[in-house]
Design a protein around this ligand. Structure first.
Ligand code: BGP
Length: 465
């Protein structure tokens, strides 16, 4: 890299990465942590997890956090997003606070601050405490109150040092995985419940925002959404309509209430027509309308391409959003073959432009973007460094589009890569590696920085490339 910087970012741009508790901490059953749905699902169906590796075998952040934070600093991070494990902080999800968890999260937050890394703290990252799931999880309205208590507890304990809070990470994923497409526990197929889970997650977020504001802290609170820009196969009105509906189901369902406090009419019309509106109380809508986010985290991996429905599903088939569109495989698309996801860099620009034009240019940042690759060991050189040039290219190509959006006035404040170190992922466990830092599971989770980590360090230090 020369000193010729073509893509320059603002001086106070947030450079860092993101992670979540269940995927990194390990120590799943020590120091008073309760079980969450992942611990439980692994117990009853271990075959669902790649190579049979479960959430207790993650990258040991619980014990190695000091080393990790030192490495974050080493590779130029000025910020890092973590999550608090609900079942660690409050065993069972309700009741007493676990003192050992408080100590751990205090240590992590203090260590980050001492190293010049601003903690961005997310509350819910797919990890429902088992006891609450047994009573229905997000389907049950009582979970909303339990969550608000958890959120308030976290704000009170850590809010003196944490000023960037997030209520959920990708709340649509537990809806899709748990109640539609069979990739999260409780792996049911039940659209009625899916809608209720979505509604309760949105309500919980708004109520947590309300609590946070009432505390009068000098910070910001937001939500992290995975946005998948929706592109029609053609400009044919039927294809365009399919794309508008896919966007309403998968993006605007959470984006509109979070940022505007309202629900998209395209979506509520369908839910009404097919009798799938959730149960709610009148004042819920006022709470949602009155407690929108200060800041939006955008996770972007892939676009969604759709076309008009070609074959109507069988009459007995369970009702699904997919009844309104078909997925479309664009000829010549670029793929990440490991994850099976399309790579479309311009999508990140389209999202940021949409937020600028249609969502009041809400302050936002890229809270996840990255490339999962299988078998990275083969790229390790004689000096022990993984030469992950493909990852550098992936990040650089996306950052160029972020830069263009920024130049055109998008209110984008930072870029967090997924993820800091290789970590355990839901059912894929350690199949796809995403980190700036590799983790050797056979050698006590030994860390080594990859080439992309040092590349990112320069980008962060120069505020550009
Ligand atoms: C996002 C999640 C992360 C992370 C990432 C990569 O949906 O917020 O937790 O896992 O995707 O996806 P995966 O690990 O499934 O390849």
């Amino acid at each position: 890299m020369t000193n010729d910087i073509k893509y320059k970012f603002p001086v106070d741009f947030w450079w860092g990465s993101s992670a979540s508790a269940t995927q990194t901490e390990g120590a799943a059953d020590v120091d008073g942590k309760g079980k969450n749905i992942w611990d439980y699902w692994y117990e009853i169906e271990p075959h669902r997890f790649f190579d049979g590796v479960g959430p207790q075998d993650t990258s040991q952040f619980y014990t190695k956090y000091k080393e990790d934070i030192r490495l974050m600093k080493e590779i130029g991070h000025n910020s890092f997003r973590m999550s608090i494990s609900w079942a660690r902080l409050i065993h069972g999800g309700t009741g007493e606070v676990n003192g050992k968890a408080v100590k751990f999260y205090n240590n992590v937050i203090d260590e980050m601050i001492a190293n010049g890394i601003e903690p961005f703290v997310n509350l819910f990252h797919f990890d429902m405490p088992l006891e609450l799931q047994e009573k229905g999880g997000w389907v049950n309205r009582e979970t909303v109150e339990a969550y608000v208590n958890y959120a308030k507890t976290a704000f009170e304990l850590f809010g003196d040092r944490v000023s960037k809070w997030f209520t959920h990470n990708e709340p649509i994923v537990p809806v899709e995985g748990g109640y539609m497409y069979d990739f999260h526990y409780p792996n049911e197929v039940n659209f009625k419940k899916a809608v209720q889970v979505a509604f309760h997650s949105i309500l919980a977020s708004a109520k947590a925002i309300k609590e946070y504001k009432a505390l009068g802290r000098n910070g910001e609170i937001g939500i992290i959404l995975n946005l998948t820009p929706s592109y029609p196969r053609s400009q044919n009105p039927e294809d365009v309509k399919a794309s508008v509906l896919a966007d309403a189901f998968f993006n605007r369902s959470f984006l509109d209430p979070s940022v505007k406090g309202t629900f998209p009419k395209e979506l509520t019309d369908i839910l009404k027509e097919y009798n799938y509106l959730p149960e709610y109380q009148k004042e819920d809508l006022e709470i949602i309308a009155g407690n929108t986010v200060d800041l939006l985290g955008v996770n972007y991996y892939q676009p969604r391409r759709v076309k008009a429905k070609e074959h109507m599903p069988h009459l007995d088939a369970p009702f699904m959003p997919d009844h309104f569109f078909d997925n479309y495989v664009m000829p010549g698309r670029k793929m990440n073959p490991h994850r099976g996801w399309e790579i479309y860099e311009k999508g990140i620009y389209d999202i940021l432009t949409n937020l600028r034009e249609n969502y009041g240019n809400i302050p936002c940042f890229i809270s996840e973007n990255g490339m999962g690759v299988e078998g990275e060991e083969k790229f390790r050189d004689d000096n022990g460094m993984i030469q992950d040039d493909y990852r550098i290219e992936f990040i650089r190509d996306h950052l160029q589009w972020v830069h263009k959006a920024l130049e055109e006035g998008a209110n984008v404040k930072g870029y967090h890569m997924w993820t800091f170190m290789d970590n355990w992922s839901w059912s894929n466990a350690y199949k796809n590696r995403y980190g700036f830092v590799s983790v050797n599971l056979d050698k006590d989770a030994e860390r080594t920085v990859k080439k992309s980590g040092y590349w990112f360090k320069k980008v962060a230090e120069q505020n550009g490339f």
